[in-house]
Ligand binder design. Structure first.
Ligand code: AMP
Length: 579
């Protein structure tokens, strides 16, 4: 065991104890006591693991999917494919499946030195740096071989990034504060700024929390918005006068520029660097002076107008896009906030002042490719909010953001400082053809529904999507009982069911997609309600989907027309998982 590093077995024991109690206070105290006793060098590692992450920062991705994890488990335990998938189905959790499989492992338990925290940390680092999945799988196999079953549980859970011991939002911060006798508010603020539980724990231990600051070159979490239903709700929440911006439909980005950043750097919402994918934005930003951190949305944009979100998809994930691609889909960063300027954090300034400084920046004046300011206006009363909403839609934007000009910038928080107003395009009535066992707090219930619309023959069904949000726990429990009785094929995780339950599905957008039989997919589908009054013969058909798709492309907002013609018989076409 590396000198000075605590046994990983202590971590598993602490995690077991925390998972075994439902009392938040007891969880906090157990975790605080554990952290307090740790050698200095292990504190950051432990806090990262307790946050359900294998490593800090962007190195966070181990590159181990279910395939690699199960292969490592198979090799370490000697289990066959069938045993593996059965264990996973029984537990819906890689870690718990690992315990079962390793307990049955052939031959001797590990004879090597017990695992220390530093061993696990080093192995995870090696995995994230390894090229290709073979060496990563080998490293994970080796870790699992050395682990006792109780330790393997947490190796699996951390690698799968789901600890599931009931350490809900905020409890880790409270435990760090309690462990080292620091105010919780200081720990929260530091975590908000450095966005790293490990580093925050170390700062708390060393009484250096005040040093946490926004560093140019290191992204912080993004401020989020709370959805509102309509203009009336906007007025109810903010009063007669509302500060509104267009809500752009692109991808969120933070731009960092200053001494030592080696040029402008762009970070996406998951805090990964994406500079290399948007050379035109980087080139435009390099003409800014001084030190700045900006918040904004990357959108495809040409000749003064926003292009369809679908065109941006051709740019996403493209490293070093070709000149032709950049020319055919130019991207701009539409900036709406300023987080740091000339050596000072602006986070605690009211938005009104942040915006003022933002607008004083001399943005390079370019229509295509570059930086722009978001469209900002003041609306008085619900009717004006509605009118601005329609204008925003006319400008090909998704809706409106309503911001409190007095609000400070709250990284990672979904508060009432920012509201978002976007009407769902329309809803579709679909029939459920398949259901799946859920994960996490939805394990043990059939919570993921695959649904379909009617084919042009008016009889067969064409799948169009899968949704797992929208229903209450009680509804899900009731539907689980029901679907168990209407299963026509049991594929393990997925069950094809008799198509008789009609659900109304809301969504943000329709896309063409080869993933589902209908040839379309819905973006962000959610279940609005179960339509018990509707028969499966009355659901929407493919033509309705096509009409909505056309309406969306031409910028009109339409409501679903509802019933397709009456038909007499529906053929069961519930297929196995499509995606
Ligand atoms: P949603 O993704 O629907 O939760 O809406 C919030 C997202 O809208 C933010 O994370 C941004 O990516 C995006 N957005 C678009 N325009 C704006 C704007 N003017 N201000 C803030 N966020 C915006």
């Amino acid at each position: 065991m590396p000198t000075g590093s605590a046994p990983f077995a202590d971590f598993s024991a602490a995690a077991d104890a925390i998972g075994a109690t439902t009392s938040k206070l007891a969880k906090r105290d157990l975790l605080a006591a554990y952290l307090r006793e740790l050698p200095a060098a292990d504190v950051a590692v432990a806090a990262t693991f307790f946050a359900g992450r294998p490593l800090p920062g962007a190195a966070d991705k181990l590159g181990l999917g279910w395939v690699q994890l199960s292969e490592a488990l198979a090799r370490a335990s000697g289990a066959g494919e069938r045993e593996l998938s059965q264990a996973y189905l029984r537990h819906s959790d890689v870690g718990d499946a690992a315990v079962e499989l390793l307990e049955q492992r052939d031959g001797e338990a590990p004879s090597t030195a017990p695992l220390a925290m530093a061993d696990v940390d080093q192995a995870f680092r090696a995995m994230s740096e390894a090229k290709g999945s073979a060496p990563r799988t080998a490293l994970m196999t080796e870790l699992l071989r050395r682990a006792a079953p109780g330790e393997a549980r947490y190796l699996g859970k951390i690698a799968a990034r789901e600890l599931r011991i009931g350490l809900r939002e905020g409890l880790l911060e409270e435990a760090i504060a309690a462990a080292f006798g620091r105010p919780v508010a200081d720990v929260r603020r530091a975590l908000m700024l450095v966005a790293e539980p490990g580093e925050t724990a170390t700062l708390a231990r060393e009484d250096r929390l005040s040093e946490a600051a926004l560093h140019v070159g290191r992204p912080i979490r993004f401020m989020l918005a709370t959805p509102v239903a309509d203009a009336a709700e906007v007025v109810r929440r903010v009063g007669e006068e509302a500060w509104i911006e267009d809500k752009y439909d692109g991808i969120r980005a933070q731009l960092h520029l200053g001494p030592g950043t080696g040029g402008p750097r762009l970070f996406s919402r998951d805090l990964n660097e994406v500079s290399i994918s948007f050379p035109e934005v980087v080139a435009a930003a390099s003409r800014l002076d001084g030190e700045v951190v900006l918040d904004g949305e990357l959108v495809p944009y040409r000749e003064g107008s926003v292009l369809d979100f679908a065109s941006l998809q051709t740019r996403l994930g493209r490293v070093n896009p070709s000149t032709e691609l950049v020319a055919s889909v130019p991207v701009v960063l539409i900036t709406f906030d300023l987080l740091r300027h000339d050596g000072r954090d602006a986070l605690d300034l009211p938005l009104r002042e942040r915006r003022k400084v933002l607008e004083e920046l001399a943005l390079p004046d370019r229509t295509d490719g570059g930086l722009l300011f978001s469209h900002l206006a003041t609306a008085r009363g619900a009717a004006e909010v509605d009118a601005f909403f329609d204008d925003a839609r006319d400008r090909h934007n998704e809706g409106l953001m309503v911001k409190d000009p007095e609000s400070t910038y709250q990284p990672g928080r979904r508060g009432l400082g920012w509201l978002k107003l976007k009407r769902a395009l329309a809803t579709l009535d679909c029939v459920v053809v398949g259901v799946e066992w859920g994960h996490g707090k939805r394990r043990g219930v059939l919570s993921d529904y695959t649904f379909a619309v009617l084919a042009p023959d008016g009889e067969s069904l064409l799948t169009i999507g899968k949704a797992y949000t929208g229903l209450t726990d009680a509804e899900i429990a009731e539907m689980t009982e029901y679907f168990l009785t209407t299963t026509v094929q049991d594929h393990g995780r997925y069950r094809a069911v008799t198509p008789e339950i009609v659900v109304e599905i809301a969504f943000d957008r329709i896309q063409r997609s080869a993933r589902h039989r209908s040839g379309f997919a819905l973006r962000f589908p959610r279940i609005v309600r179960i339509r018990t009054e509707k028969a499966p013969s009355q659901i929407d058909d493919l033509a309705a989907v096509e009409r909505l798709f056309e309406a969306q492309a031409s910028g009109r907002i339409l409501l679903a027309t509802g019933a397709a013609g009456e038909t007499e018989r529906i053929e069961a076409t519930g297929s196995a998982e499509e995606g």
